[in-house]
Design a protein around this ligand. Structure first.
Ligand SMILES: [Zn+2]
Length: 340
């Protein structure tokens, strides 16, 4: 099959389109023909080098395609079936896994991180990862969904326990987590404030339901939040930007508010004034992907049309390098997808 692999860590130039042996599925696996694979910032981190990544390596976490072959031990799937893959790898038998907390499993990793991903034509995965998709979703839309909708759902629902009527600040309206979190917060009838680096992104965010937009290059986030909330602050901040926005995110919280973070795109080191944390009784929450149960729950809302995929642009798989360069410019609104 054709695949894009990296043989060394580095810039987009290390992405190599080449022939690799077809995967040989085990009897408990499904072989999938990948029709689309969405990009995430994780692809950039892995490409630049993360511990636990064995070379050569295939990137790509979010995969949709058709079932080619079903292992002897598996029932419930048939060749030709249209599906997407849960973007995670877990042991399935430890205390965390059987309790439904796959993202706390010691073997947990994201597809395309410590195991090969979907920037290829064929991939073999356990049956638990395979989720049928409705006819009204095309493969590019389906591939754009799992990682960011699961991440945003786990942040808002699983970790921050969002409630109807709350005010939520969502950073990075055009990012994958942003487009998912805006829609999820609106599903819970929240008031949504979001940020972006240009006004056209803020306009598109309003189209997804955001009530207020802050241009983070022209306005100070915490000051605008104070104005919008009549000096009160927000109940929840959805953080994934990291160092560049951390202080502003922290200052935007109301007393008793919750900051939940799943990423550090602009850098991992931030400061916390402990006096502010205790006296205002703030809550800081870390969030990493989500559980299989949550993935099925959030996809149910997408399949029913209550949450919508947002695909910015589709590249051919062999132009993955151009897709990575485009991702790193952060000019997109929504997901970037490659198609084999
Ligand atoms: Zn486990």
């Amino acid at each position: 099959m054709k695949a894009v692999r990296i043989h060394q860590f580095g810039g987009p130039e290390v992405l190599t389109y080449e022939d690799v042996p077809d995967p040989q599925p085990r009897k408990d696996e499904v072989l999938l023909r990948a029709r689309a694979c969405a990009l995430n910032h994780l692809d950039v981190w892995v490409r630049k080098g993360l511990p636990g990544v064995k070379l050569p390596h295939i990137l790509g976490s979010d995969i949709a395609g058709e079932v080619v072959e079903v292992g002897e031990y598996i029932s419930g799937f048939k060749p030709g079936q249209r599906v997407l893959l849960a973007p995670m790898h877990f042991c399935g038998r430890c205390a965390k896994c059987v309790a439904g907390l796959q993202n706390q499993c010691r073997e947990f990793t994201v597809l395309g991180n410590a195991v090969d991903g979907g920037n290829c034509e064929l991939i073999a995965v356990p049956a638990a990862n395979v989720i049928p998709i409705p006819d009204h979703l095309d493969f590019n839309q389906a591939a754009s969904l799992p990682l960011v909708f699961l991440t945003a759902w786990h942040m808002l629902v699983g970790r921050a326990a969002v409630r109807p009527g709350q005010t939520v600040l969502i950073l990075g309206a055009g990012s994958g987590v942003g487009i998912a979190a805006i829609q999820i917060a609106k599903l819970f009838h929240c008031r949504v404030i979001t940020t972006a680096g240009d006004d056209s992104k803020l306009e598109k965010a309003r189209g997804l339901g955001a009530d207020f937009g802050i241009n983070h290059y022209q306005q100070k986030i915490s000051e605008e939040v104070r104005k919008i909330t009549n000096k009160e602050g927000v109940d929840i901040v959805v953080e994934h930007v990291g160092a560049a926005t951390w202080d502003e995110s922290f200052k935007s919280l109301k007393p008793g508010g919750t900051l939940v973070t799943c990423g550090a795109t602009t850098g991992p080191n931030v400061g916390i004034d402990l006096r502010f944390l205790f006296s205002r009784q703030l809550t800081l929450l870390g969030s990493y992907m989500g559980t299989m149960g949550e993935l099925h729950e959030v996809l149910g809302h997408v399949f029913a049309g209550r949450l919508k995929p947002v695909v910015d642009r589709v590249f051919p798989l062999k132009e993955l390098r151009a897709a990575h360069e485009y991702l790193e410019k952060s000019a997109m609104f929504g997901k970037i997808v490659v198609s084999p």
